[in-house]
Design a protein around this ligand. Sequence first.
Ligand SMILES: [Zn+2]
Length: 304
Amino acid sequence: MENQVQPENITNQLLNVFNYAFVESAPYSFFVPKKEKYVAVHVTKKICTCLACTKQIEVKYHEAGVVYFSKERFEKQRAVYEKKGLPFLDEKDLQAEKEFIYQETGYCERCAPQLLLTGDVKQKIYNICQEIHKEDEILLVKAKVCMEEQLKKWLKTIPNSSQIKQYDLSNYNGLKDLVCAAILDDTTDVGNCLTSYKNKIGKMIADTEQLLRTMPDKWSIYAARSTAIYESMSDELYHEYTVVFPEENTIPQDFFINRVIEKIRIEMFLKQSRVSSVEQLMLEVGFETAWLDLLIDHIATFEK
Ligand SMILES: [Zn+2]
């Protein structure tokens, strides 16, 4: 588990690909925004309004000067404001950097699950991918619990120091080696976790691939976006000028917004390599310093 070089972090890569396919689709590019294409706006917060229950979620933005909206995105905001009967920014307001509230409509966390559970294949493909993504993330959590339980079980079988004499328990590496040996002593539960994950996602991936066959290159659906992550006010490209960040203390909540997803990116997400062996899974989980505490606490009981 230790002293091994990690060639890549599978779970991080999966998260990146998931975000690329379903969350922030604009590729990064560095350029200076031109006046013909962008509008500089002093945006202070976002209000997400649920189309079903009318609940409003307010997201305060971390303010760092003006943000550049692509003209297209700016015009979309104008349409939203008009629909709501709210006064929109005019040239003078823009010049004066008048505070602006970004209006988002979609579905809240509570309404989305019922409303988006439709027989509609377009939405269904996204829903399954979101489930796969959750499984990818939960696997690590479950494996970590199994590893910790195994350590606790193993410690119970060690009533005194005679069985662990070969480890130098006076230094960090010695303690760490012992924790790893204890966890590796029985990997049945971690293995079971992995098997059930593989069975579950194997079926979900196969189902999605089947559904994708008849789909066009791109289509629109409602996809979750956390209120706590950054956002680009330009759909084509993003860079430091177009990005807004929520304030650090923002509580993450999923808000489902209408967006376009692409078949090629979904396929990329499905084909991305996933954890396939117990060794890989343990490497992904990594080492928890809390495990050292469990060992140290146990050793303390010897000396009494
Ligand atoms: Zn709602």
